[in-house]
Design a protein around this ligand. Structure first.
Ligand SMILES: Cc1ncc(COP(=O)(O)O)c(C=O)c1O
Length: 419
């Protein structure tokens, strides 16, 4: 009998399921026995165009036949140039320079390094509950759970944490939560990291691992104003929320706020390892040439996949579909909430939606875990998140249709009834 534990794979990985995946198509993933699963995880927000979209597959194949690798310090190539042209049309206006890497954490590293050299300042402000990656720098910036940093100390210094405006957690309305979080951010700048020492403030425009939290309207604008006042770089970490996930190309576009730097990964290349930053060209006056880079960043096959991904998002109107199907999903979940007091909150933007479980006003991870397990037994794959593990996140591919949303809601309702 196969067991992942004895397979020779490192035990450092956690596994949400013991599925041995054979192939994927659209919203479905299949195991080696041909069992079909409705994949509402999208590989943690990666396969936004669905598994193996034919246009993405074809672009990868074609590019692999002509050039698999062209190292950026030696040559540039057409796929990366095309990608830059495509990205310029969809990122917030004003971001006109691009650097590419392979993973989300590397994009965050690049963003912070750029912020440090362009300001000549050393410190970084992050928000409580954020997830920015697992390298030493990004782990030090990650505050969603202690597991990501336990026994890896000492952490990188100069990182300061401000509260994320998480209204449901605090039990306050949005205005009060926003006021509190802004006050604490301003206090941090008075008490722990002076503005003249603060290079950047980095924020997930929708908190991801930390619980799929949408900040109150206006919060991001106020953070932008604070950054403007003090010459601090604002970095939007759109690694999970980008590429149409929230019903706009990037979540920060819901608020009309333009960051100085934006990080991207996950949904960018439909599963090929590609990440990047988009930034305002003024910033790079002080980014010392040669002080950052990497062997593989901007790989031609990955860039070709990203170009095809953006084409598919446009041609199939997937950003609009995310908004539409997200509305349907949220309405369905809100109906379940009315019938089941264990669901304390339903929130989110587009197809980045959370159901938060509580018991006696306290986080209830047991129910969240049990419902995810029961849904998987019924062939619906869901993921958890949140500091307490009491949030179920809904993150299906953006190609999901009305029937598949209904089917997932039915399974979820049935699973809840069984636990
Ligand atoms: C918002 C955010 N930033 C950064 C990362 C790190 O990305 P990666 O795992 O590709 O390094 C993640 C991954 O989940 C993320 O959600």
């Amino acid at each position: 009998m196969f067991s992942i534990k004895d397979s020779g794979l490192s035990n450092v990985w956690t596994h949400a399921t013991d599925i041995v995946a054979d192939h994927g198509k659209g919203v479905y993933i299949y195991d080696t026995k041909g069992v079909e699963y409705l994949d509402f995880t999208s590989g943690i927000g990666v396969t936004n165009t669905g598994h193996c979209h034919p246009k993405v597959v074809s672009a990868i194949g074609k590019q692999a036949e002509s050039l698999i690798f062209g190292q950026m310090n030696i040559v540039v190539h057409n796929p990366i140039l095309k990608l830059v042209e495509k990205l310029k049309k969809i990122v917030p206006k004003g971001l006109d320079k691009f650097f590419f890497a392979n993973s989300g954490a590397e994009a965050v590293e690049a963003a912070v390094k750029l912020a440090k050299q362009s300001t000549g300042r050393s410190n970084v402000i992050v928000f409580q509950g954020s997830f920015h990656g697992r390298t030493h720098l990004t782990m030090s910036m990650t505050t969603s759970k202690t597991v990501y940093r336990t026994q890896y100390q000492p952490l990188v210094s100069g990182i300061f944490v401000s509260p994320y405006p998480y209204s449901f957690y605090y039990g306050w309305d949005d205005d009060e939560t926003s006021r509190f979080a802004i006050k604490e951010l301003e206090r941090l700048l008075l008490t722990q990291t002076a503005p003249k020492e603060t290079a950047c403030i980095i924020i997930e425009p929708v908190l991801g691992e930390g619980g799929y939290v949408v900040p109150p309207r206006g919060f991001l604008k106020t953070v932008r104003e604070i950054c403007n006042e003090h010459g601090i770089i604002l970095i939007a970490d759109e690694i999970q929320s980008g590429f149409g996930r929230t019903g706009k190309y990037f979540a920060i576009q819901h608020e009309d706020v333009v960051p100085d730097i934006m990080t991207m990964a996950k949904g960018m290349a439909s599963g090929m390892p590609l990440s990047g930053i988009a930034y305002k060209h003024d910033l790079e006056k002080n980014w010392i040439q040669g002080s950052h880079g990497g062997t593989y960043g901007g790989n031609p096959v990955c860039c070709a996949a990203a170009v095809a991904t953006i084409d598919v998002l446009e041609e199939e109107k997937l950003v609009e579909n995310a908004a539409l199907r997200g509305k349907q999903l949220k309405e369905g979940l809100n109906k379940l909430k009315q019938q089941d007091s264990r669901i304390g909150d339903v929130r989110g933007l587009g197809l980045m939606i959370a159901t938060e479980f509580v018991k006696d006003n306290e986080p209830d991870p047991e129910t969240a875990k049990a419902v995810i397990k029961e849904a998987a037994a019924q062939k619906l794959l869901l993921l958890g998140c949140g500091t307490y593990g009491n949030v179920v996140r809904w993150i299906p591919p953006l190609i999901v249709n009305e029937e598949q949303i209904d089917e997932a809601l039915e399974i979820f309702g049935d699973a809840l009834g069984k636990i």
